[in-house]
Design a protein around this ligand. Structure first.
Ligand SMILES: Nc1ncnc2c1ncn2[C@@H]1O[C@H](COP(=O)(O)OP(=O)(O)O)[C@@H](O)[C@H]1O
Ligand SMILES: [Mg+2]
Length: 383
């Protein structure tokens, strides 16, 4: 799939800018704080119906304005989609209501955000993604969940269900004082959480296996001496490796029952996939704990490439690849690896950098479209 055209109107620091993209490489060049990341964000937002950068979408609208919009032309499976997304600041009637209203239209029809997420899944790589390795389990779960959603969009609903059930069970643990009522209600919620939760664990284990099949080879191409990379799922209730849904469910049920007193004391659900994690092991060494910065970068790059390959297997074509400020984070060999990949495979790529010189040694500028970004304006560069 390709993003052919993008117009940003009162979106971040762009007042009205139209960009026509190449279906292979697009290079965005500019100094700091000129708008490169804002363009990457706009492409992502157009395809996903929302940004990855913030929960508060009012920040997408230009500070001077009350509304902003994105429109773009996307092609997939020889179909063409005209996507329009309008963001409007609204008067907040109560503190809990959102500050921004969002209207999505595709080929002139009103559509939901999930209509977009079910069809378009760019792979994005930013310096913040290094956190996948080093930081808290929640970010690792987030990455894995995103890969699963890209491969099976309905997983997003399962995840939402699970989180809702978990939330309700926790509320019950915190607020119900009557022992008899508590026991009765808990039994009902336990059944629900076991069903929803084992599905989440099952999807995660399955997808981790898929990622493992891909990432090992990709990672070996990038390391010298060759390191063997493996992701290992650490479920908070499974002690042995299980891959059948029913078996996972049985163990979950048992462990939840065993933890009932603990949950009552702590007033929170201590068992379930919301506490799962996975280790990222290179030759059996946990990179989250012992990996060097360089090793961690290489692994994140390998993980993103694995995601790209999995999506291609599913769709028969590569999704767009968004690379924000990653070139400067990689050493010469990893840079070469990444650039070769972009060059050799039919991947529509958007890449930002401060200096066009970064690309010159690789002879890719000739066939790329180069955009100079300055103060919310874009000029196409004669090379
Ligand atoms: N809603 C907004 N309205 C106007 N300007 C904004 C808005 N949000 C961010 N900016 C500005 O956009 C500028 C460019 O940001 P960014 O795209 O992150 O730069 P970079 O080129 O370094 O990637 C920043 O100076 C920021 O202050
Ligand atoms: Mg930036």
């Amino acid at each position: 799939m390709d993003v052919n055209k993008l117009r940003l109107v009162c979106f971040r620091n762009f007042l009205d800018t139209t960009l026509n993209f190449n279906n292979s490489l697009n290079i965005l060049i500019g100094n700091n704080a000129q708008g490169k990341t804002n363009i990457i964000e706009a492409i992502y937002t157009l395809l996903r119906g929302g940004t990855y950068r913030t929960k508060d979408e009012s920040t997408l609208i230009n500070w001077q304005e009350k509304q902003g919009y994105l429109s773009g032309e996307v092609s997939k499976d020889s179909e063409s989609f005209q996507i329009n997304i309008l963001f409007q600041n609204i008067e907040k009637l109560n503190p809990l209501s959102p500050k921004t209203k969002k209207i999505i239209k595709v080929n002139k029809k009103y559509r939901s955000k999930s209509w977009l997420t079910e069809r378009f899944y760019p792979v994005i790589f930013t310096p913040e993604d290094l956190q996948i390795i080093k930081s808290s389990p929640s970010l690792r779960r987030k990455f894995l969940d995103e890969v699963i959603i890209n491969l099976n969009p309905t997983y997003e609903h399962y995840l939402r269900d699970y989180n809702r059930i978990l939330f309700q069970r926790n509320i019950l643990l915190k607020t119900e004082r009557n022992k008899h009522n508590l026991d009765r209600h808990l039994s009902e919620w336990d059944q629900k959480i076991v069903e929803a939760g084992s599905l989440i664990t099952w999807y995660r284990i399955k997808t981790l296996q898929l990622i493992n099949q891909k990432v090992k080879t990709i990672h070996q191409l990038m390391t010298e001496p060759k390191e063997t990379l493996k992701l290992k799922y650490n479920s908070n209730f499974l002690t042995t490796f299980l891959e059948e849904k029913e078996e996972i469910q049985k163990v979950f049920e048992q462990k939840l029952e065993n933890a009932r007193d603990k949950d009552l004391t702590l007033k929170v659900t201590t068992i379930g996939p919301h506490r799962d994690d996975y280790s990222i092991l290179s030759d059996s060494i946990d990179l989250g704990l012992y990996g060097s910065q360089g090793q961690q970068r290489t692994v994140v790059l390998a993980l993103k490439m694995a995601e790209l390959e999995l999506i291609r297997e599913k769709d028969g074509e590569y999704p767009p690849l968004l690379l924000d400020d990653v070139l400067s984070e990689l050493d010469a060999e990893r840079r070469l690896f990444l650039i070769k990949l972009i060059k050799e495979k039919p991947i529509q790529t958007f890449i930002t950098s401060i200096d066009l010189q970064d690309f010159v040694p690789y002879h890719i500028v000739e066939s790329a479209r180069v955009f100079k970004v300055r103060g919310g304006m874009v000029e196409e560069n004669e090379k």
